[in-house]
Design a protein around this ligand. Structure first.
Ligand SMILES: [Zn+2]
Length: 454
C-alpha cells in the first residue's frame, strides 16, 4: 500500500501548516499550526480535524512559529497521546511561545467578554495557558543530522533551514519513499541565521512559497532601517515596530545595535523591547551559539541595545514618555499582544511611524496597515492612522522566489513530485510555474483538504 499525504493546512495559505502522512493505518502529523489572518481561516481552528487526535501516532515539527506549532495544545487537550518531535532549539522556543499563545487567547476572550463585542457569549479561548503547559511533556528533542523513528519502521532526519532558531527541513522515509518537507526556508543572506542546508535526494518534495512571487530588495536591513530611524529621531516621533518575538525582533535589535555602533543613530535614542517572549528568545541566542551568525559580543550588544520591559506595568508606563523612541512589541502581524496598545496610543500622530518588519498575512491588522487603511479597529475601537506606515522587506526571514528555486536545484536529481505549499495562491502558482519551466520538474499546488500519494 502506498503512503498518502493530506493537506490539512498550509495549502492555499501561509498559515495553519498541518500535513498528515498515513501508511498502514499509522498516522504522522508534520507540523501542527494555527490558522491566522482572515476570519474564515481562523474559524478553521475551531472545527475538528478530519482525524481524531487520539488516532494520530506522532507529531514532527519543523519549527516553533505558531503557524507551525500553535495547534499543539489543542491536539493534546483533545486526546493526542504520542510524541512530539522537535529540534532542541524548537523545543526551547515552544516552551516560551505556546504558553504565551494560550495566555493571549485567554486575554482576548476576557477582553471581548468585558466589552461585550464578541458575538459569542461568553467568548472562550481556543486553549488556555495551562493547556499549553500541559502539552510540553509530550515534546522530545531530536538533534539535526541524526535519524530518529517517529513511528516504528518510519525514519526521519532534520536538516537546518535557517529562518529562526531551531528551524529545520525534514526528510521522512516511509514505505520505501523519501519525502522532503522544506519547512520555512531562511534566506542565504539572512542577517542572523545561517543559510539553509542543501536538500538531499527525495521522491516527493513539499516546498514553501511565502515569497514565491517576489524578489527581496538588495537593500540590507541596515541601510533601510538607518535613514528611517534618523528621520524619526529628528522629528521626535515614536516608532511602533510590530515584531515576531522569535526572529525579527532579534534581527531588528541586532541591526539597531550595529547602527548605533557605526554612529548612524544617536546612542541616546531610547529603544524598548516590550515583549517578555522576545526577551527570553534573545537570551536563547547565547544558548544556541553556532545556529546563527552572531558572535558572543554581538549577542551581548543585541541584548544591551534595548530596555527590556517584562511586566504589564512597565509596558503601560511607556505611555507617559515622550518621543523620540522606538518600541518593539509582538505580535508581528499586529493580530494581538502588547503592540495593540502602542498602536492605539501612537498611530494617530503624524510624527510617529509604524514599521512592519515581516510577512503580513492577508486579513491581519498588519496587512491592513500596510495597505494604508484608516481607521483600523483595535479592541473594539476605531483608531485613525496618521502615522507614517513603512513596510521593510529586507527584514524577511524567508527565502524569495529565486532563492527557493536555487535551493530546489541543489537536489542531486529530479524528484517524482513537488507540492508547492505555504503560500497565498498567487505566490504558490508563480513558484509552481517557475519549477515547471526553469527546472522542468512536476509540481502542483494542492488544495486545502486534498489527499495525494507520496
Ligand atoms: Zn516560520
Amino acid at each position: 500500500m502506498t503512503a498518502t499525504i493530506t493537506f490539512l493546512g498550509g495549502a492555499d495559505t501561509v498559515t495553519g501548516s498541518k500535513y498528515l502522512v498515513e501508511h498502514n493505518h499509522q498516522r504522522l502529523l508534520v507540523d501542527c499550526g494555527l490558522f491566522q489572518g482572515y476570519k474564515q481561516l481562523r474559524l478553521r481552528n475551531w472545527s475538528p480535524l478530519p482525524v481524531a487526535p487520539d488516532q494520530v501516532d506522532a507529531v514532527v515539527l519543523t519549527h516553533a512559529h505558531l503557524d507551525h506549532s500553535g495547534y499543539i495544545p489543542l491536539l493534546v487537550k483533545e486526546g493526542f497521546q504520542g510524541r512530539i518531535h522537535a529540534t532542541p532549539g524548537t523545543l526551547d522556543l515552544c516552551r516560551i511561545l505556546l504558553p504565551d499563545s494560550g495566555h493571549i487567547q485567554e486575554e482576548d476572550a476576557a477582553f471581548a467578554n468585558r466589552h461585550g463585542f464578541s458575538k459569542h457569549a461568553p467568548a472562550l479561548p481556543l486553549y488556555t495557558r495551562q493547556d499549553a503547559v500541559d502539552s510540553l511533556p509530550y515534546f522530545h528533542a531530536e538533534p539535526p543530522g541524526q535519524w530518529f523513528e517517529p513511528i516504528r519502521g518510519w525514519k526521519a532526519r532534520y536538516l537546518r533551514a535557517g529562518h529562526i532558531l531551531g528551524a529545520a527541513s525534514l526528510l521522512l522515509e516511509v514505505a520505501g519513499r523519501r519525502i522532503l518537507f522544506s519547512g520555512d526556508l531562511g534566506r542565504p543572506d539572512d542577517v542572523l541565521m545561517n543559510p539553509p542546508e542543501a536538500p538531499p535526494q527525495a521522491d516527493t518534495v513539499l516546498i514553501e512559497s511565502t515569497y514565491g512571487n517576489r524578489q527581496h530588495p538588495k537593500d540590507r536591513l541596515f541601510s533601510e532601517l538607518g535613514p528611517l530611524l534618523q528621520k524619526l529621531a529628528k522629528r521626535g516621533g515614536v516608532a511602533v515596530v510590530p515584531v515576531f518575538a522569535v526572529g525579527r525582533a532579534q534581527a531588528v535589535l541586532h541591526t539597531i545595535a550595529q547602527l548605533k555602533a557605526a554612529g548612524e543613530l544617536p546612542r541616546s535614542l531610547p529603544i524598548f523591547l516590550d515583549s517578555p517572549m522576545a526577551i527570553h528568545t534573545t537570551a536563547l541566542f547565547e544558548k544556541h551559539m553556532g545556529e546563527h551568525r552572531l558572535s558572543l559580543p554581538e549577542v551581548h550588544a543585541m541584548d544591551r541595545v534595548a530596555t527590556m520591559l517584562e511586566t504589564p506595568e512597565q509596558s503601560k508606563s511607556l505611555a507617559t514618555r515622550h518621543g523620540p523612541m522606538v518600541i518593539l512589541a509582538a505580535s508581528g502581524m499586529a493580530t494581538g499582544g502588547r503592540v495593540l496598545h502602542h498602536l492605539a496610543q501612537y498611530a494617530g500622530d503624524h510624527r510617529n511611524m509604524v514599521i512592519l518588519t515581516g510577512f503580513q498575512a492577508p486579513g491581519t491588522r498588519g496587512a491592513r496597515l500596510a495597505a494604508g487603511e484608516t481607521p483600523i479597529r483595535i479592541h473594539g475601537q476605531d483608531v485613525p492612522v496618521r502615522a507614517e506606515v513603512v513596510q521593510i522587506e529586507s527584514a524577511s526571514a524567508h527565502a524569495d522566489g529565486n532563492q527557493l528555486v536555487s535551493w530546489l536545484h541543489k537536489m542531486p536529481s529530479a524528484p517524482a513530485q513537488v507540492y508547492v505549499v505555504h503560500g497565498e495562491r498567487a505566490a504558490s502558482d508563480m513558484l509552481r510555474e517557475r519549477i515547471e519551466h526553469e527546472i522542468k520538474w512536476r509540481a502542483v499546488v494542492p488544495e486545502h483538504g486534498s489527499v495525494w500519494p507520496v
